[in-house]
Design a protein around this ligand. Structure first.
Ligand SMILES: NC(=O)c1ccc[n+]([C@@H]2O[C@H](COP(=O)([O-])OP(=O)(O)OC[C@H]3O[C@@H](n4cnc5c(N)ncnc54)[C@H](OP(=O)(O)O)[C@@H]3O)[C@@H](O)[C@H]2O)c1
Length: 287
């Protein structure tokens, strides 16, 4: 098994697969990331896929998880393009599971959104993800390899909560004006990646979220309450430009409530953390 982009989620996933007896290779860019992998039972392969072709990577017939994000700028994903070239050179995988994002849906005005919704990416980060999906679908059609696409919502975990942001006193948009957003616990995402590799139908496409959307503001307020720290101040949406980061502003322009029915039904997933309450209780106790 090969994990392309073996960072935070890749390490959890790789350790889970290695503990089950799998031989796992993790591709990362930096020496710091590579150094973390052997202790987890993952064989590191350090290589910047945008600039180098890794000599020691045999992809023919492999199970490949693609978790490497596109570069931070532009409307295309050259990393996924390079990966497809690499497969043509080294041999096509058996199956690729792609961890993409729900950003491809764009702003849905707060609608409930399932996988039949026509994507409408607007932000550049979403256009890059859409480009990756389109490239992979074209690759699947000609390569004979199998493809499963996961459109993943905001990832959280006990060691991945916005506590530093909350404690810094940065404002959030008022509850009444905050757009809908969606989340998935990192451990559930790992199990979903495994299920997608093992039992999703070829060509499967899934929203990956816990199915209980709330607003970004609600998320920050609930994390603050669970952690016992002061809640962030609330400001009107009109005051957000200039008072929140450009990245956050881009997320505030999108509102959607994602359905996870297809994921749960087709992959027989039983979420360990079916809502934020369960996830935060795991981090801080049931309150
Ligand atoms: N944050 C969210 O809420 C969210 C939501 C939906 C989807 N996602 C996506 O889910 C995926 C997994 O997330 P994560 O938190 O595990 O991300 P992460 O910790 O940033 O891991 C990404 C990994 O990709 C590697 N990588 C990046 N560019 C590379 C390149 N050019 N060549 C080789 N390796 C490269 C990085 O290597 P180095 O560590 O050496 O830099 C890192 O190990 C990412 O694609 C992320 O964008 C995130």
């Amino acid at each position: 098994m090969i994990i392309i982009g073996c960072g935070y989620i890749g390490r959890l996933l790789g350790a889970r697969l290695a503990a089950g007896g799998g031989a796992v290779i993790g591709v990362v860019r930096s020496a710091e990331s590579a150094a973390q992998l052997p202790a987890l039972g993952i064989r590191p392969l350090q290589c910047d896929l945008l600039r180098e072709t890794p000599d020691a990577l045999e992809t023919a017939g492999a199970d490949v998880f693609h978790l490497a994000p596109p570069p931070a700028e532009g409307r295309e994903d050259p990393l996924t393009a390079r990966l497809i070239e690499l497969f043509a050179d080294r041999g096509e995988p058996r199956r690729l599971v792609y961890v993409g994002t729900t950003g491809v849906y764009g702003d849905c005005g707060g609608d409930w959104v399932d996988e039949r919704r026509t994507p409408n990416p607007v932000a550049e980060r979403a256009l890059r993800r859409w480009d990756a999906e389109e490239r992979l679908r074209a690759w699947q059609a000609t390569s004979g390899a199998e493809l499963v696409i996961l459109r993943v919502a905001g990832i959280y975990a006990c060691d991945r909560l916005p506590l530093a942001r909350i404690e810094s006193g940065q404002p959030v948009v008022s509850v009444a004006e905050a757009p809908w957003s969606n989340r998935i616990h990192a451990q559930d995402l790992v199990e979903i990646c495994v299920a997608a590799m093992e039992r999703a139908p070829d060509g499967g496409l899934y929203n990956v979220c816990d199915g209980e959307p709330s607003t970004m503001t609600d998320y920050f307020l609930r994390v603050a309450a669970a952690a016992g720290v002061a809640p962030p101040p609330q400001i009107p949406l009109a005051q957000a430009p200039g008072r929140v980061s450009a990245g956050m502003l881009s997320y505030l322009r999108e509102s959607r409530r994602l359905s996870n029915h297809k994921l749960l039904a087709e992959l027989h997933i039983r979420l360990r953390y079916p809502n934020l309450e369960a996830g935060l209780a795991d981090c801080f106790g049931a309150g």
